[in-house]
Design a protein around this ligand. Structure first.
Ligand SMILES: NC(=O)c1ccc[n+]([C@@H]2O[C@H](COP(=O)([O-])OP(=O)(O)OC[C@H]3O[C@@H](n4cnc5c(N)ncnc54)[C@H](OP(=O)(O)O)[C@@H]3O)[C@@H](O)[C@H]2O)c1
Length: 237
């Protein structure tokens, strides 16, 4: 019998999610979700791990799919739900069309609300924790208005659930700073400039996220200070 703690990670197919999987797969039983077909998953994903294909841009349908597969695998409880899947566009507000705004809000915020509510009973069964991956952009960021709004909404959601579920389910939100992942290219963000050198590696960011998750603190931000620590310890790539 596998008695390791169980963690479900959304957006596990690339970037920070994939790095979290690689860091956590030895000592946790992982359930991974993503929108990709299983035939095109990255080779780095550990073999034999449960993978659920679910597009969260239609949040109700995506979360239904994840919950149905979770139940079908006979899971009765969940120690950690890591709500990491995210999307966005780098464009001034007048160039964001309704479809861009809708998908950013639906994946980053709508799906997160539904996931947290739907998995609350499984988390409560073992005093588990939901961890939202926010962004430093939650304070507002030029050329990312809907993305920033979705992450500000996530911060409000985390604060609300933290009060509502106090003593029953842990709630954490972690705001990463800029990290080298495929997200920037997908969002249309111009990469390759000098500023990119200050970005975290996805592995370095995963290490900081794990450190904050283990601290149990309700919120945390991974910015320059953590970057410097990694630089001096030679860990930053
Ligand atoms: N990179 C940064 O600088 C940065 C900074 C702050 C916060 N964050 C946050 O960190 C989290 C991870 O981002 P990342 O940088 O690792 O980006 P990423 O490499 O693009 O990973 C995002 C993950 O979400 C998945 N995803 C996107 N749209 C989806 C949808 N409609 N349905 C289901 N899954 C979907 C992606 O699937 P595919 O692999 O198929 O694309 C991927 O697995 C996000 O919440 C992001 O907002 C990132």
């Amino acid at each position: 019998m596998d008695d390791r703690p169980t963690a479900l990670i959304t957006g596990a197919t690339s970037g920070i999610g994939l790095a979290l999987v690689q860091r956590m797969s030895d000592d946790q039983r992982l359930i991974l979700t993503g929108r990709r077909d299983p035939s095109v998953l990255p080779e780095k994903l550990p073999q034999g791990t449960q993978y659920i294909k679910a597009d969260l841009s239609v949040p109700g349908v995506g979360v239904d799919t994840i919950e149905a597969a979770f139940k079908a695998a006979d899971h009765k409880s969940l120690d950690r739900l890591i709500v990491n899947a995210g999307t966005g566009f780098y464009a001034p507000v007048e160039r964001e069309d309704a479809g861009m705004i809708r998908s950013t809000l639906d994946v980053n915020l709508g799906a997160s609300v539904i996931l947290a509510c739907r998995f609350a009973p499984y988390l409560e069964a073992v005093g588990g924790t939901v961890v939202f991956i926010g962004s430093v952009a939650h304070r507002g960021a030029a050329n990312m208005p809907s993305y920033a709004a979705s992450k500000a909404g996530l911060a409000g959601l985390a604060r609300s659930l933290g009060s509502e579920w106090e003593g029953r389910i842990g709630v954490q939100i972690i705001h990463p700073g800029p990290t080298r992942t495929g997200m920037h290219e997908k969002a249309g963000y111009p990469t390759g400039g000098k500023r990119d050198r200050l970005f975290f590696s996805s592995e370095g960011m995963a290490d900081e996220i794990i450190r904050l998750m283990d601290s149990g603190r309700p919120h945390g931000t991974v910015m320059l200070r953590a970057g410097l620590r990694q630089l001096f310890s030679g860990k930053r790539s």
